[in-house]
Write a protein that binds this ligand. Structure first.
Ligand SMILES: Cc1cc2nc3c(=O)[nH]c(=O)nc-3n(C[C@H](O)[C@H](O)[C@H](O)COP(=O)(O)OP(=O)(O)OC[C@H]3O[C@@H](n4cnc5c(N)ncnc54)[C@H](O)[C@@H]3O)c2cc1C
Length: 470
């Protein structure tokens, strides 16, 4: 066992790093010194609650899944509970969202798994599945160790329209990417598992749904009434970590007994020695930090590409909005908007007595970054015009607005990602067991996945330093 007190650095103050810090506090020996290094001036990473027209509003992630793919409570809910915030979890009041089809709104059909239907009749109003392609070929859809793109699998079974009108917009809403590029194993793990057993895609979707049954009426999503930044603040407090903002870690050097961090500006660097490091930054900065101590791992990790998005939020005085949580836009519709959320319709706790509506549109698909070069005012005007066109009514001029750009924010997991990651992690563990990766670059996007990833990294560090989780 490493001499105590242990000194552990968490590099990256997003939710993965903070979840790691909380788990270290809960499970590492008492007195462990935990320091979180965050390169920006604020903690939370993609979780950022801002303000518009005097009202709190999310400028980044908006909500979290209540359950994990097995049907158990998600890691985000468990963390909120651990932090005393369970009472603050609220659910959408209006859950129904729409798709833009031929310029108009149609309700998103139920019974799909991220847009992949388990009942073809239920999606017929939106997309016509190819007839008779999903036949039993006498073997599982996907080989035991294989990965494919979601698009390739669904196109081969249900045809192009189901991909373009249902799966692409749903995956685009999460990854800003395209079904044809994204790994089945990483982006739809539950379906990947059943596709290795079932002979038809309808069968695989139904089996995945049956494996995680949902109690009727049980909410799928939750958020925190005070905003997701309250999760960030509560995690910092509970972790008892020393927090260093505006402190970019620029180099990691093995010392033989641990790690030396080079922190801060090149001209005036600070050198810090620690026993172990949780590296909870996106894959690109992680690859730069790994290039010295683990070049092969850096190459594997750095191969991951990212999409950029911009979120345009507007406060609109008494607009006429449909009773929908928002809508998704297939790329074939030719609009800049990829998705829109009617915050004050979707979330009862955000409704305003004065009828002010908070509406957010997300812009930017993988490979279309040029659109994001446009100035804020141009993006906002285009979003306002497109929203009016889709809703079929001219929207009032906004009384307040905000454009939040998230550059290189959403990982594009290509088929084979999970295997490449497993190989990189195995190599890193063998060479440097006290340096562990966590966060969205690796195990998937989403608050629950990143919380779990941070917690797992913390437990690996505890094991590597010779302790056992308390
Ligand atoms: C626009 C958008 C909307 C989203 N909406 C949702 C949603 O509604 N629900 C959901 O579940 N998920 C959502 N997600 C995904 C989710 O927010 C992310 O998967 C998750 O927050 C990532 O957490 P993380 O800690 O892994 O990374 P990050 O949040 O990226 O945090 C990493 C941190 O590391 C810091 N950092 C980087 N390099 C260094 C360095 N060298 N030294 C020190 N610090 C460094 C960064 O500044 C950053 O703060 C959304 C993502 C985006 C971009």
């Amino acid at each position: 066992m490493k001499r105590q007190p242990w000194r552990v650095a968490v590099v990256g103050g997003g939710i993965a790093g903070l979840a790691a810090a909380v788990r270290l506090r809960d499970s590492a020996p008492a007195g462990t010194e935990i320091t979180v290094y965050e390169q920006s001036g604020a903690l939370g990473g993609k979780l950022r609650t801002g303000e518009l027209a005097g009202h709190p509003v999310e400028f980044g992630a908006e909500s979290f899944l209540m359950r994990d793919p097995t049907g158990a409570e998600s890691a985000a809910v468990a963390l909120a509970r651990r932090l005393g915030l369970a009472e603050k979890i609220v659910h959408p009041t209006v859950g129904q969202a729409a798709l833009v089809i031929d310029g108009g709104l149609r309700p998103i059909p139920g019974g799909t798994l991220v847009g992949v239907p388990g009942d073809l009749d239920r999606v017929a109003a939106v997309a016509r599945p190819a007839a008779d392609s999903d036949t039993d070929g006498g073997r599982p859809l996907v080989g035991p160790d294989a990965d494919v793109s979601v698009g390739a699998l669904v196109r081969s079974r249900f045809g192009d329209e189901v991909v373009e009108r249902l799966v692409d917009p749903m995956l685009g809403g999460v990854y800003a990417g395209r079904a044809d590029d994204l790994s089945l194993v990483t982006t739809m793990p539950a379906l990947a598992r059943t596709a290795r057993v079932e002979h038809t895609l309808v069968g695989a979707v139904r089996a995945a749904q049956a494996a995680a049954p949902r109690a009727p009426g049980a909410p799928v999503f939750g958020t925190l009434a005070g905003g997701l930044s309250t999760l960030v603040e509560a995690a910092v407090t509970a972790s008892g970590a020393t927090v260093r903002r505006d402190a970019a870690v620029r180099e990691l050097t093995p010392t033989g007994t641990g790690w030396r961090l080079t922190v801060g500006p090149t001209r005036d660097p600070e050198l810090v020695d620690v026993d172990a490091v949780v590296l909870a930054v996106p894959a690109r900065p992680a690859a730069r930090l790994l290039a010295g101590p683990a070049p092969a791992v850096a190459a594997g990790v750095g191969a991951l590409d990212y999409a950029s998005v911009a979120l345009v939020t507007m406060a609109l005085p008494q607009p006429r909005l449909p009773e929908l949580s928002g809508f998704l836009v297939p790329s074939t519709e030719g609009l800049l908007i990829k998705a829109a959320t009617f915050f004050t319709t979707k979330w009862g706790h955000l409704r305003r007595p004065d009828g002010l509506a908070l509406v957010r549109a997300s812009v930017g698909r993988y490979g279309e970054e040029a659109h994001l070069q446009r100035p804020d005012a141009d993006l906002a005007a285009t979003v306002h015009r497109e929203l009016s066109a889709v809703l079929g009514t001219p929207l009032p001029a906004p009384v307040d607005g905000h454009v939040q750009r998230w550059g290189g924010a959403l990982p594009q997991y290509a088929p084979g990602h999970a295997d490449r990651l497993a190989a990189a992690r195995t190599a890193l563990r063998a060479a440097h067991p006290t340096l562990v990766l966590a966060g969205a670059g690796y195990d998937g996007v989403g608050i629950p996945v990143c919380v779990r990833s941070g917690e797992t990294a913390a437990e690996e560090i505890i094991t590597a330093l010779g302790g056992s989780a308390r």
